[in-house]
Design a protein around this ligand. Structure first.
Ligand code: PCA
Length: 323
């Protein structure tokens, strides 16, 4: 009898120890399940699960189903979610350093975008650190071009257009060309187009494809203006609560996800543009005038950014230019 009781007690202890050693995290993201960033995040979560023998389970909540895109950062900061994927450029109003990869024509290829990432990562991670978070990895979106229902030959043709913005800098572009910005997150873009709330915007071939914009919009101007990045950020307290092997496994999976993500982004860029063509869109090389006008917009925004970002911003810019 006594022995039995002991056995039961021991098995309870065993059970609760097992339950305690399994950690469950929620991971909100803002883009659809079939988006390449989301697929990468899913693979990351699967890698972590495998490497930790199921000790750290990350459940991905895609397509802004748990938190809206601009709310994910605060949710991770406050611990409502332990980990999440954010678009860094969404937080430029909080600190200009977050928005450096949203400046048009500063870094326009994957190679330049990687350089800019390396030049800005520490400054951004320090900011996140002050907010109780840490960046695990970041991956660039494909280059941003202009989608428009109406053909566009120069920036003057953009005057008055109902313009979808996803970030402070995409609103600023609208202001500079005289379009009317409305902020619409990717998960609501299809609907905004279908209901006529917007008729033009800048984003990647990826988001155009994901949102089936080809059903409403026939023109894409391949300006290759900038490559904004998604970053996976973790709540520092949640991270610190993990045991060392689990932390190591998480960091290693993050490193792998970063390399995989950049590769897939570049590979799929062409695929997306071809897919848009197949769906009936015209992929235009922008006219020399349009490209020059947009570069000028970029110049204004870069000068503006440097003014706002001060010496820290200048240091990031210098480090980028130096490489
Ligand atoms: N897609 C996201 C951000 C940048 C991109 O290519 C969006 O349009 O919301």
């Amino acid at each position: 009898m006594r022995l039995n009781k002991l056995a039961v007690a021991l098995s309870f202890i065993g059970l609760s120890a097992a339950a305690q050693s399994q950690t469950k995290w929620d991971m909100p993201t803002a883009y659809p399940a079939n988006n390449f960033h989301t697929e990468n995040v899913q693979q990351f979560a699967a890698d972590v699960d495998k490497a930790t023998g199921g000790k750290l389970k990350i459940t991905v909540h895609a397509n802004a189903s748990l938190f809206k895109a601009p709310e994910i950062k605060r949710a991770v900061q406050g611990g409502q979610a332990q980990i999440g994927e954010i678009l860094l450029a969404n937080f430029e109003n909080e600190n200009p350093l977050y928005g450096v990869d949203g400046i048009p024509f500063l870094a326009t290829s994957y190679e330049e975008s990687m350089k800019l990432y390396k030049a800005s990562k520490k400054a951004q991670n320090d900011l996140l650190g002050k907010q109780g978070m840490m960046m695990l990895y970041a991956v660039a979106w494909p280059p941003q071009g202009i989608y428009s229902k109406k053909p566009i030959e120069s920036a003057a043709d953009m005057r008055g257009l109902k313009w979808r913005a996803y970030s402070p800098s995409t609103s600023k572009i609208a202001e500079l060309v005289g379009a009317q910005p409305v902020t619409v997150q990717a998960s609501e873009l299809s609907q905004a187009l279908a209901t006529g709330v917007v008729e033009s915007f800048m984003t990647s071939g990826s988001t155009g494809y994901d949102s089936k914009v080809y059903e409403q919009v026939k023109n894409f101007y391949d300006t290759q203006a900038w490559l904004p990045k998604n970053a996976v950020v973790v709540n520092k307290k949640a991270f610190d609560a993990l045991d060392q092997p689990t932390r190591d496994a998480l960091l290693k999976a993050a490193e792998t996800a970063e390399a995989r993500g950049w590769k897939v982004s570049a590979e799929k860029n062409e695929w997306y543009l071809n897919a848009l063509k197949e769906k009936g869109m015209t992929i235009h090389k922008p006219s020399a005038k349009l490209q020059a006008d947009m570069k000028q917009v970029g110049q204004v925004m870069q000068a503006d950014w440097l003014k706002k970002a001060g010496p820290e911003g200048q240091a990031v810019m210098d480090a980028y230019r130096k490489n």
